[in-house]
Each structure stands twice: as structure tokens, then as C-alpha cells.
Ligand binder design. Structure first.
Ligand SMILES: N[C@@H](CCC(=O)N[C@@H](CS)C(=O)NCC(=O)O)C(=O)O
Length: 210
């Protein structure tokens, strides 16, 4: 049953964009009704409000619709921002997100689905992804614990699900690589109560009694 007084979040559990939106909503303690979407069978009410029909989408009770993960994050932080992530949302933070979304994500997809891009070996795809984001993040984190400095911020949450995906492609290779700062940063966030909560499996839809 959908509660019309709560924002409605169309989500997909494993989608990195949806994960970053859920992390921000959870951090901001914003209650939402969450609707898990099957990407191959999108609900008609999602198609009606989102021309691109991507997830996440957040529909607010006043009818406003947020179609991008970053807009959902910023909206959530505007509601409540207990550790002042917005205070550290500067040009550098924007550049990290841009580098992640525009440069790293397509390379990550090629590394993940290397057999669909046989002009390069999987190792070569991986090396491109490392150069685009992984190496610069490791360098930054080797002299400060978080991307914005001494405290976590929006960039850490925004990049986390994508770096997680990268780590999961070849987990043994990832663990063996000398990237201690990045590995610690990733592990700290993956074991945080917020991340654990947002990755909980959605409850199955209630079945109609026979
Ligand atoms: N710019 C969007 C991108 C979202 C996106 O691409 N989500 C993927 C899933 S991870 C999606 O919905 N793809 C559409 C599809 O698979 O049909 C955002 O930041 O929210």
C-alpha cells in the first residue's frame, strides 16, 4: 500500500545510481516508500513520469519528480544533513562525481562486460578504468581519509557504489592490488550501518490471498 504523504522512490537494488540515492536518503533520515523496479518490465506509472525511464526516480508528494541520482542526493541533504555533507560540496566534489559518471562509468562497464568489447583484453579495460578514477582516488586517500578531507561527504557516497562494482568484477585481483587507502575507504563504507541498511533485500510484494 503506497502512503501518499511519503516520497515514492523507484529503485533497483543493485543499480549504483539507485544505491547512492538510497544512501543519501538514509543518511538524511528521509522516510520514503520504496518501489523495486524490474528493469525489463518497468511499471507504467514510472514510464509516465520519467521520459528516460531510468532508476532512481523520486516522486515527491507535491508532484515534483527528481529524475537523477545526484538531484535526489542533493534534495535529501537539503532536508537534513547531520554531518554537513553540503558544507563540503564544493567544485572538487563536483569534479569527482563528474569524473566518476562521465569517464569512469563507461570504462567500468567495458571492464565488467569485457567479452562484449573484444578489441581490448579485460586487463586493458581494467587499466583504463584504474587510470580514470581508481588511481586518482587512491592517491587522494593516501593523504586524507575521505575525498573531501578529514570527514566524509557527498563525493564519498556518490562514488562508493561504482568503486564497489569495480572491486566485485575481479575481487581477488582487487584485494591483492597495493591500494590500501582505497581498500580501507571502500571497506569502511561497505560495513557502515547506512550501507548495510540500504542494501537489505526488498520485502517481496504481498501476495493476494487465494
Ligand atoms: N543519470 C541517471 C542514470 C541512472 C541509470 O542509468 N540507471 C540505470 C540502472 S543502473 C537504468 O535505469 N537504466 C535503464 C535500463 O536499464 O532500462 C542517474 O544519475 O540517476
Amino acid at each position: 500500500m503506497i502512503n501518499p504523504t511519503l516520497p515514492l522512490l523507484y529503485s533497483f537494488r543493485r543499480c549504483p545510481y539507485a544505491i547512492r540515492a538510497r544512501v543519501a536518503l538514509h543518511y538524511a533520515s528521509v522516510a520514503v516508500t520504496q518501489r523495486e523496479v524490474a528493469l525489463r518490465d518497468k511499471p507504467t506509472d514510472l514510464l509516465a513520469i520519467s521520459p528516460a525511464a531510468t532508476v532512481p526516480v523520486l516522486q515527491l508528494p507535491d508532484g515534483q519528480v527528481l529524475l537523477h541520482s545526484l538531484d535526489i542526493m542533493l534534495w535529501a541533504l537539503a532536508q537534513h544533513d547531520p554531518d554537513d555533507w553540503l558544507g563540503r560540496h564544493d567544485r572538487q566534489c563536483e569534479l569527482w562525481v563528474q569524473r566518476n559518471d562521465d569517464d569512469f562509468k563507461p570504462l567500468l562497464d567495458r571492464y565488467k562486460y569485457a567479452q562484449r568489447h573484444p578489441m581490448l583484453s579485460q586487463e586493458a579495460h581494467r587499466a583504463q578504468a584504474v587510470a580514470a578514477l581508481i588511481e586518482p582516488v587512491e592517491q587522494t586517500l593516501s593523504h586524507q581519509p575521505w575525498l573531501a578531507g578529514s570527514r566524509p561527504g557527498l563525493a564519498d557516497a556518490a562514488l562508493l557504489p561504482f568503486v564497489r562494482q569495480f572491486a566485485l568484477v575481479q575481487p581477488e585481483w582487487f584485494q591483492a592490488e597495493p591500494m590500501p587507502a582505497l581498500q580501507r575507504w571502500l571497506q569502511t563504507q561497505l560495513s557502515s550501518p547506512t550501507f548495510v541498511a540500504v542494501m537489505a533485500k526488498p520485502a517481496p510484494a504481498a501476495s493476494t490471498p487465494a
